[in-house]
Design a protein. Structure first.
Length: 136
């Protein structure tokens, strides 16, 4: 699917927009099953990291992963223009070198939530948006 760069997810700063755009451009050939497996592996890594660092926000990571799982199960109902952005957001979540390192601080997953929420709003799924404060 061709990525429409004229319609970007709103509410992200320039850095997050640039990284998300890069990932969204790369995901066309990435299978959803593969992304789902990577989501679960990243969640497992977060749980393991929390054993050494209790500041890792596992509850937020679990909520992010659960939201992506919901999206994967209803993928065909997502607006086609939002799909590459959502896949890019999934890739952003599973990569460890994002804006805030996931396993180093209690706010490590907040940038992941920002990216997820921007893509959810783009897809008209505001009701699925997450608030990090709800998982403290």
């Amino acid at each position: 699917m061709q990525l429409n760069l004229l319609v970007l997810p709103e509410g992200l700063d320039r850095t997050l927009t640039d990284v998300l755009t890069l990932y969204a451009q790369q995901v066309d050939s990435i299978d959803l099953t593969y992304l789902g497996d990577r989501l679960q592996a990243h969640l497992h890594s977060a749980r393991a990291a929390s054993l050494d660092n209790p500041m890792v926000h596992v509850a937020l990571a679990e909520a992010i992963a659960a939201t992506y799982d919901k999206l994967i199960t209803r993928w065909d109902s997502l607006p086609p223009a939002a799909r590459p952005w959502m896949k890019g957001a999934m890739l952003y979540f599973v990569e460890t070198d994002d804006d805030a390192p996931d396993f180093d601080s209690p706010i490590g997953f907040e940038d992941d939530v920002e990216v997820l929420n921007a893509c959810l709003r783009m897809a008209g799924l505001e009701q699925l948006c997450l608030s990090p404060e709800d998982f403290d």
